[in-house]
Design a protein around this ligand. Structure first.
Ligand code: PLP
Length: 469
């Protein structure tokens, strides 16, 4: 038996999560006290985005660009060629992308939202409607910025934090069909599907659902695009949970998913294991031309987009590592480990646990805080003050403000604890579970917040809050 195959069998015999790497260089964390943190969060307007990250002990704000790169990625960076046009690093990147996502045109951007901005600037506009399972905040903002409408069509189970469904990120196919029929296919420039569904709890989308969405798109002649930030985790869940997929190579599943779509946007800061980057890909020649024209205006020349040659190299190597089964097994099991610990502490979470994060049901934990007093924000602040753990509100602060200026409660008030890739150890996660347990014990005493300052778009990043007595 080859040595690699023997190693896989050995680790499968034990229940302890095996991290398929060892630590090569370390970053110190600075200890803080509850009093220090209470002052820091007050100075930040009770918005954790305003904190100095050196004041955070375990940073679960996002899994975006916060992962640890591998030795081989750092080595690849040394191969970065910074030629303005036609750099070898561009071709390394292009080949790595096309190996998984064989689209005709690949347009590199500095991150995911830049790809979204270019795509929707080219196809959006007043009167247009863009369906998605659940738009991520930047995707929604980029759709709405053009005057188009962003509509979320996740299945009913996707709105119920406690519902057990293996693919809660699935799109409601009948609702999609109805929407396109009612609004007219000519007004639906694209159907988007987010894998995994970040704003809906990091829940995966099944191959079966993707095929059904494709069939609806075909019937109406509307293209299908992926928001593929977490394509590898989604493919792993397909392998683990979807009948008949258990023996497949993840890279193969990714290629099948890509083959169902006409294009994609992605942030390389997630599953591609890089600290920066993204791309837009499409099979539509005319659209690619319009997008490249916009790219040159805002990002850069088409063979580097918004990136340095060294970034292109890091992403290419990251794509190889992202689909490795040992890595994905460790990744999804360590996220589930946090979820299991929180449940043991009696904390309600979105079930089942998704790939990159655990989502606490803040509305469930703090039923006495009305949604317009932001239970998610109250919980995020308490986690920071208590233990220096930084999470992210995904609820009424993020989604409550409507394009017409009114404010309504979001479908759910969640707190996302996103796990940076290959960054924290199991002891860090045990600490987080302990902090969450301590906060849950005094949940009835936590009060809500009101917003005292907010920008017109994406308010959760910079809004300032004050406690509601
Ligand atoms: C599903 C999804 N789409 C798009 C984006 C935007 O990517 P970026 O942060 O690189 O602009 C994100 C980032 O978190 C995301 O999770």
């Amino acid at each position: 038996m080859p040595q690699a195959a023997r190693a896989v069998i050995t680790t499968d015999m034990f229940t302890t999560i095996f991290e398929p790497f060892r630590i090569h260089s370390v970053e110190p964390l600075r200890m803080t006290t509850p009093g220090y943190r209470a002052a820091a969060i007050r100075d930040a307007g009770y918005n954790v985005f305003g904190l100095h990250s050196a004041d955070v002990l375990v940073d679960l704000l996002t899994d975006s660009g916060t992962g640890a790169m591998s030795r081989d990625q750092w080595a690849a960076i040394q191969h970065g060629d910074e030629s303005y046009a036609g750099s070898p690093s561009w071709y390394v990147f292009l080949e790595a992308v096309r190996k998984l996502f064989p689209f005709a045109h690949v347009i590199p951007t500095h991150q995911g939202r830049a790809a979204e901005k270019i795509l929707f600037a080219a196809i959006g506009g007043p009167g247009k409607v863009v369906p998605n399972n659940t738009h991520f905040d930047t995707t929604r903002a980029n759709v709405e910025f053009t005057g188009a409408e962003a509509v979320d069509l996740v299945i009913a189970e996707g709105h119920d934090p406690a519902a057990q469904h293996p693919f809660k990120g699935n799109m409601d196919v009948e609702a999609l069909d109805r929407l396109i029929a009612t609004r007219g296919a000519e007004n639906v420039p694209v159907v988007m599907i987010t894998i995994t569904n970040n704003s809906g709890g990091g829940q995966p989308v099944s191959l079966e659902n993707l095929r059904a969405v494709r069939a609806v798109c075909d019937r109406h002649g509307v293209p299908l695009y992926l928001d593929a930030c977490r394509f590898a985790e989604n493919a792993w869940f397909i392998r683990e949970r979807e009948p008949g997929q258990g023996e497949r190579d993840v890279a193969d599943i990714v290629r099948e998913v890509a083959g169902l779509a006409d294009g994609m946007t992605i942030s390389a800061k997630k599953d591609p294991l890089a600290n920066i980057g993204g791309w837009l890909a499409t099979n539509d020649d005319a659209l690619a031309e319009r997008c490249r024209a916009l790219l040159v205006l805002t990002e850069g020349f088409p063979t580097y987009g918004g990136l340095a040659g060294r970034d292109l190299e890091a992403i290419a190597q990251g794509l190889e590592e992202a689909v490795a089964h040992d890595y994905l097994r460790y990744r999804t099991r360590s996220t589930a480990y946090l979820g299991d610990g929180l449940q043991r502490a009696g904390i309600p979470i979105v079930q089942p646990v998704g790939g990159h994060a655990v989502y606490i049901d803040a509305r469930g934990l703090l039923p006495h805080v009305p949604p317009l007093h932001y239970p998610g924000q109250a919980l995020v602040v308490a986690l920071y003050e208590t233990g220096g753990v930084r999470g992210c509100e995904i609820g009424t602060v993020m989604f409550g403000r409507q394009p017409d200026g009114t404010e309504i409660p979001a479908a759910m008030d969640l707190v996302r604890l996103a796990i940076p890739r290959r960054t924290y150890t199991q002891s860090h996660v045990d600490y987080v579970i302990e902090v969450c347990g301590a906060v849950a014990e005094r949940a009835p005493q936590l009060t809500g917040y009101r917003i005292v300052e907010e920008p017109a778009q994406l308010r959760h990043f910079t809004a300032r809050f004050e406690p509601v007595p």
